[in-house]
Write a protein that binds this ligand. Sequence first.
Ligand code: PHE
Length: 337
Amino acid sequence: MSHPLEELRASALTEIADAADEQTLEAARVRYLGRSGSIAVWGEQMKTLSKEERPVVGKLLNEVRNAVTASIAETGERLRAAKEAGALANIDVTLPGAPAEIGGLHPLTQMLDRAISIFRRMGFALAEGPDVETEWYCFDALNTAPDHPARNEQDTFYLPDGRLLRTHTSTVQIRTMLSAPPPIRVIAPGGAYRRDEVDATHSAQFHQIEGLYVDEKVSVADLKGTIEFFLRELLGANTEIRFRPHYFPFTEPSFEFDVRSRAIKGGKWLELAGCGMVHPAVLEEVNRARGDDAYDPEKYTGFAFGMGMDRLAMLMFDIPDIRYFAQNDLRFLRQFA
Ligand code: PHE
């Protein structure tokens, strides 16, 4: 007569081989190999055996355990493979796949990316600030008088709590100087907001790139050189640039500059930006707010500029209406993807 362990092995192996699914197999595994399964119980009983019997039964028990373990692994593998094959059976691999929707960058984002990479090569770091600002960052700290027309409710979007949507990115000049001492060289691309009458060339939201460079001995020549290098990189070597005297409360002297280039449709001068040398009153107000003398106007000078990106993108991409930028119409956006 065979040993009961051999009978256990025979019935276990049949049961495992017959398991029709993974749950049945798992139940068999628990019954034989589990902590209180039959094989464990036999292990417990080993100590009740005589010295002579123990090695013989022990050897047999090991063989049974190994056989059952191997059989469970093998059957599990087979069941999983069968299940996968079943799942794939209904898939027609010859059908064309669903095309992935690949997005594209908004034309303004493309413009900004190109501009940013040129300034980065000149050592400008990226800076940013919030679109919702206080009057102090937008006007007071920028030497703008309390009765300046830009502060007018007709021109500026005010929130009920007195904050406002920034009318220019020059707010980031102040934020940058408050956060770090000179020398600094940053650009800050972002949105700006004015209560303009909306039409094909005016939008209540537009985009600027602000620039600020403060160090010892920064001059108008640095300003002109930086702007000219930037525009020739962006628009081509044949680009013409024209500086005109202008007025801003936060720069002195102040300029506007225009560009004319083959890359710009129409061949006309495009008014692109305001700029100038940072007004000493701005540095003084920054020092007052910082509580130190880091931006000593006797020691440091700087230039700043604020460039409008929407008109430039319109002329470069031949876009007839500024409102297209914000309408989210895929027929428009796909042309630039
Ligand atoms: N903030 C000005 C504007 O929006 C532009 C500007 C920026 C002028 C920096 C001088 C220096 O019109």
